[in-house]
Design a protein around this ligand. Structure first.
Ligand code: FE
Length: 196
């Protein structure tokens, strides 16, 4: 057997990224402080609160909801949310009949402008393969029981299209302000592995 460890992709990838960054910066091709600033931006300023604003607006404004489902990228940009890894957004709506869940089976494609950086489990091989084969079981492990008469749809994000789930609005939250509603929306709810 080769000594190559398949269960440590994270550290391997981190080392590669570091090596490439160092090489590029030695050659004067990139500014390492620029890279640090970009990472900080996605760790602190860009995150699920952006997606939560989109969801809250869709819950309170039927015209906005229609635009969001028709053209996710443009409707999200109306709230000044846009950027890399979100150039082509498709929003899928949970209803009484359909529960949506998002994965990237190939790697870790994820809508950065609305959700920030992906959680570790999203990038893990078991999630990526199992949510396609046995979505209901995986959802149960996340604590979501989808009734048998509700269809589960799994959306495979890719370099071209990034999906976001529009969760169902919780019972009893009608009449709340957009800000109050946004606070109820979670990252996992917008991936589809939680209900809101
Ligand atoms: Fe990917």
């Amino acid at each position: 057997m080769a000594s190559h460890k398949h269960n440590e992709p994270e550290s391997d990838m981190a080392l590669r990224v570091k090596a490439i960054e160092q090489l590029l910066s030695e050659k004067g091709l990139v500014d390492p402080t620029g890279i640090d600033r970009l990472i900080e931006l996605y760790e602190t300023r860009v995150g699920p609160h952006n997606g939560a604003r989109v969801v809250a607006k869709a819950w309170t404004d039927p015209d906005y909801r229609a635009r969001l489902l028709e053209n996710g990228t443009d409707a999200i940009a109306e709230l000044d949310v846009s950027g890399i890894q979100g150039e082509n957004m498709v929003v899928v709506e949970n209803t009484q009949n359909v529960h949506n869940v998002v994965v990237c089976t190939l790697c870790s494609c994820y809508p950065w402008p609305v959700l920030g950086l992906p959680p570790r489990w999203y990038k893990s091989p078991p999630y990526r393969s199992r949510v396609v084969r046995e979505p209901r079981t995986v959802l149960e492990e996340f604590g979501v029981e989808v009734p048998s008469d509700v269809e589960v749809r799994v959306w495979d994000s890719s370099a071209e299209i990034r999906y976001m789930v529009l969760p169902s609005q919780p019972e009893g939250s009608k009449g709340k302000s957009e800000e109050e509603l946004a606070e109820m929306v979670t990252r996992d709810g917008m991936i589809g592995v939680a209900t809101v």
